[in-house]
Write a protein that binds this ligand. Structure first.
Ligand code: IPM
Ligand code: MN
Length: 363
C-alpha cells in the first residue's frame, strides 16, 4: 500500500470555491502519477465559516489542517463581513490565525511573466524586453502584523490607534537562512528591503542579514530602502532575483511584483514552517466582485497546487507537467476575461473551461 498524503482543501470565499474546483480537477487527473496515495478533505473557512458557524476558523477546520500533510487554500474575505471587528473578520480570524498557528514564517511568492501575456503588464515594452523572474520572500508571522501591544484607546478627538513593529534576532535569522538557501539555487543574489534610515527594526534587520551573509560568501547581499525598491521595480525589474522583506514590506512588494507580471490571477504562493509543512494559496484575493460568475482566472490556484506538488510531495516532474499545460493553453490563445486583450487568436473562456482545458493538456 502506498503511503497516504493528506491535503486539507479550504476553498473559502469569493472566487475561492470556483477556482479551487479547477485545481481539484487537475489533482484528480495527475493523482495516478504520484507515488503516494492522495486523500483530500474539504473544510469551511473565512466568511463562509462565519455564516455557517459564526467562526472564521472553526475547530473542525483547524483540526482537519492539523492532521493533514499540506493545506491548499483558496481565498477569504469580502465586504459582507467588514462590519465585524478586525479579529473576527475572515482575513485576521482565519488566514492570519492559520499562519500563526502553524508557524508559517516563510512566504515564497514567485513572480514571472508569460511572454504571451506581456501586453497585460503596465510596464513599457523596452523594460519588459529584459525579462524578469523574481522570488519575493516575505517574513509571515512577525512584524507589525502580530506585534503587541496594538489596539485603540481614548475617546473623541483624543482617540488613538497603535500597532507595534517588532522583530527578534531569531526571527530575522531564520528567514535570512531561507532566503540565502533559495538564492544559492538561483542567481546567488539577494536584495533585502528595509527602512533602516528610520526604523529600529530595520536597523536590526540589516545587521542580522549582514552577519548571516558571512555564512554564504558566494551570495551577493544588497540592501535597499522600501521607497527606492518600489521605484526600482518599476524602472528595471530585471535587476532583482531574490527579494527578502519583512511582513508588511513583503505584503506591499509582492503585490507590485504580481502587477508588473500582468495579472495577479496567475501567481501562486507557498508558506512554510521550520518542518516545511506548507500552506499554498493564490497571491490574489477573493475578488468578490466577480465571484460566482464563472469568469475568474483559476491559474493562480492551479499553480498553487503545482507548488504543493513540487515542495510538499517532492514530485517536481509532475509539477512541471501542470506548468507546461498552462503554458500550452495560453499559447493557444485561451484567456479568462481578466487576461483578454483583444489581440488576434485570443478566445475568452470561462473558469470551468480553463480548468478543463488545462486538465486535458496534461501529458
Ligand atoms: C496577502 C493578503 C493578506 C495579508 C490579507 C488577506 C490578510 O493581502 O496574503 O498578501 O495582508 O497578508
Ligand atoms: Mn497582500
Amino acid at each position: 500500500m502506498a503511503d497516504i498524503f493528506k491535503i486539507a482543501i479550504l476553498p473559502g470565499d469569493g472566487i475561492g470555491p470556483e477556482v479551487m474546483k479547477q485545481a481539484i480537477k487537475i489533482l484528480e487527473k495527475i493523482e495516478k502519477y504520484i507515488t503516494k496515495k492522495i486523500v483530500i478533505d474539504t473544510y469551511t473557512v473565512g466568511g463562509a465559516a462565519i455564516n455557517l458557524y459564526g467562526n472564521p476558523l472553526p475547530k473542525k477546520t483547524l483540526y482537519g489542517c492539523e492532521k493533514s500533510d499540506a493545506i491548499l487554500f483558496g481565498s477569504v474575505g469580502g465586504s459582507e463581513w467588514d462590519y465585524l471587528p478586525l479579529n473576527k473578520r475572515p482575513e485576521k480570524g482565519s488566514l492570519l490565525k492559520l499562519r500563526k498557528h502553524f508557524n508559517l514564517f516563510a512566504n515564497i511568492r514567485p513572480s514571472f511573466f508569460y511572454k504571451d501575456l506581456s501586453i497585460l503588464s503596465p510596464l513599457k515594452e523596452k523594460i519588459l524586453n529584459k525579462g524578469f523572474d523574481i522570488i519575493c520572500i516575505r517574513e509571515l508571522t512577525g512584524g507589525i502584523y502580530f506585534g503587541l501591544p496594538n489596539g485603540r484607546k481614548g475617546k473623541g478627538i483624543d482617540e488613538y490607534a497603535f500597532d507595534t513593529e517588532i522583530y527578534s534576532r531569531f526571527e530575522i535569522e531564520r528567514i535570512a537562512h531561507i532566503a540565502f538557501n533559495i538564492a544559492l539555487k538561483r542567481k546567488k543574489k539577494i536584495c533585502s528591503i528595509d527602512k533602516a534610515n528610520v526604523l529600529n527594526t530595520s536597523i536590526l534587520w540589516r545587521e542580522v542579514l549582514t552577519d548571516i551573509s558571512k555564512q554564504y560568501i558566494s551570495v551577493k547581499l544588497e540592501h535597499m530602502y522600501i521607497d527606492n525598491a518600489v521605484m526600482q521595480l518599476m524602472k528595471n525589474p530585471s535587476q532583482f532575483d531574490v527579494i527578502l522583506c519583512s511582513n508588511l514590506f513583503g505584503d506591499i512588494i509582492s503585490d507590485q511584483c504580481a502587477m508588473i507580471s500582468g495579472s495577479v490571477g496567475n501567481l501562486p504562493s507557498a508558506s512554510f514552517n521550520q518542518n516545511y509543512f506548507g500552506l499554498y494559496e493564490p497571491s490574489g484575493g477573493s475578488a468578490p466582485n466577480i465571484a460566482g460568475k464563472n469568469i475568474a482566472n483559476p491559474i493562480a490556484q492551479i499553480l498553487s497546487l503545482a507548488m504543493l506538488i513540487e515542495y510538499s510531495l517532492k514530485e517536481r516532474n509532475i509539477s512541471q507537467k501542470i506548468k507546461n499545460a498552462i503554458q500550452k493553453i495560453l499559447n493557444l490563445g485561451y484567456r479568462t476575461k481578466d487576461l483578454f486583450t483583444n489581440s488576434k487568436n485570443e478566445k475568452i473562456i470561462t473558469t470551468d473551461d480553463m480548468g478543463t482545458l488545462i486538465m486535458e493538456s496534461i501529458i
